[in-house]
Write a protein that binds this ligand. Structure first.
Ligand SMILES: *Cc1c(COP(=O)(O)O)cnc(C)c1O
Length: 416
């Protein structure tokens, strides 16, 4: 594909092209941030109106039973599990990714307390998403049992950092900045060989790359539904626990929704058998219900077609940026190798923040991450080859004209 016509022709051949009609996209926008906040499924506004007017307005409290509210976290979990290599009853949609990390990590440490009582290391990566590291720090402070966080980085590669002092390995499957992807099965095997348990953060994986938690032998996983799954801003996250850990899964946020019989109103907490015990309290039903709109589209499209197109878009984007924007100080921060790449592509630029603001002002919406990273999400369900061509031309124009070099593009917003 060396010109726009080639890209238009590729869109015509694209078996996923028709999925674009399932979403409401604003005119004049080339959206390359679906890895951070997905777009609006066409069914979502109607579903929201139905939940609000009928289920809440008319059904009132009866809807916990009659509209299936109470079972919704588990019912959605079964559907989502199908995308992630989990069986029915293994996964639940609830709370936030941050909270689910806390719950899963606490449960994993508790399991290890019996198996390897002297282990005190929680291993992660220095460039992991900060909330993951913050939640580890909070739990360590709370437990006061001498746990320490060890961070793998360029000086301490993961394989070296993994030894027989490690209790739990907490990793993002796809790195939020670089888009680099771990081999989940291989890392899980290495961790298990050392006697460590694994907790995978699938925030940038779910709905974007193939994941098979069962085949990888993973122990715990969490992730978001508002990114590639198009669940809506702040939509509830998910938590998966391998079947062999379910009965040992004791989490500290022992709220009534995790109780075996919440409506017994018993004084003592008794964890539910199975996945209900991963939950804590009442869920935001309006938001939770909308998760299904995006999820149904993802299930219909299937991960393998999405992955194939995502890699093709990524290859094309890398090649076009290198060809069309060659003279500019852009440096690819994402691995080229398919097996090591997620579904976004990042470039470093010394004025990355201002460049991204200038792009956004022209309707090319990506985002910026410290330090210097221009991040472009590739979302095969609603982003095509001609869109990609146009986005690269706009990037070229912004760089060639130095349009980014204006004070208004250097003013930092609260959310970058
Ligand atoms: C987006 C993201 C999160 C977000 O966590 P929330 O609790 O939903 O805000 C967590 N981890 C990773 C790796 C992410 O990319």
């Amino acid at each position: 594909m060396n010109n726009r016509e080639d890209c238009v022709a590729a869109d015509r051949q694209d078996p996923l092209a028709h999925f674009k009609d399932r979403f409401d996209l604003p005119a004049g926008v080339l959206y390359m941030d679906g890895n951070s906040l997905g777009v609006l499924p066409r069914t979502a506004a109607g579903r929201a109106a139905q939940v609000i007017s009928q289920e809440w307005g008319n059904g009132l409290i009866r809807s916990w039973n009659s509209a299936g509210w109470f079972d919704l976290p588990a019912r959605l979990g079964d559907k989502l599990g199908g995308l992630l290599g989990a069986k029915a009853g293994e996964l639940v949609v609830t709370d936030t990714t941050s909270l689910n990390i806390f719950k899963a990590l606490a449960a994993a440490l508790k399991i290890q307390q019996d198996r390897h009582p002297t282990r005190r290391i929680i291993l992660s990566e220095r460039d992991n998403f900060p909330t993951d590291l913050y939640m580890v720090q909070g739990l360590i402070d709370l437990l006061q049992q001498g746990y320490e966080m060890r961070l793998a980085d360029d000086d301490l590669p993961l394989e070296q950092a993994l030894d027989e002092t490690v209790a739990v390995v907490l990793l993002s499957h796809v790195n939020y900045r670089s888009g680099a992807m771990h081999d989940m099965a291989a890392v899980t095997n290495q961790a298990h060989a050392c006697g460590a348990l694994t907790l995978w953060d699938l925030a940038h994986s779910a709905g974007a790359v193939p994941v098979d938690l069962s085949a990888a032998g993973a122990d715990f996983a969490v992730g978001c539904t508002y990114k590639y799954l198009n669940g809506g801003p702040g939509s509830p996250a998910f938590i998966w626990v391998a079947p062999q850990h379910v009965k040992d899964f004791q989490q500290p946020l022992s709220g009534w929704w995790g109780h075996q019989r919440p409506f017994d109103m018993a004084t003592r907490y008794e964890p539910a058998q199975g996945i209900r015990r991963y939950m804590c309290g009442s869920q935001p039903m309006v938001s939770l219900a909308l998760v299904e709109c995006g999820l149904d589209i993802a299930l219909e499209a299937g991960t393998s077609a999405v992955r194939q197109k995502s890699l093709a878009l990524g290859d094309l984007f890398i090649r076009l940026v290198e060809q069309r924007c060659g003279g500019h100080p852009l440096e690819l921060a994402t691995p080229c190798e398919h097996s090591r790449r997620g579904s976004h592509v990042s470039f470093l630029h010394p004025e990355g923040y201002a460049v991204m603001q200038a792009l956004i002002a022209r309707g090319v919406i990506g985002d910026y991450r410290e330090p210097q990273i221009l991040r472009f999400g590739l979302t095969p369900l609603y982003f095509g080859y001609a869109d990609l061509w146009d986005a690269v031309e706009i990037l070229k124009e912004v760089l060639d004209s130095k349009a980014w070099d204006k004070p208004e593009f250097k003013q930092r917003n609260a959310v970058t």
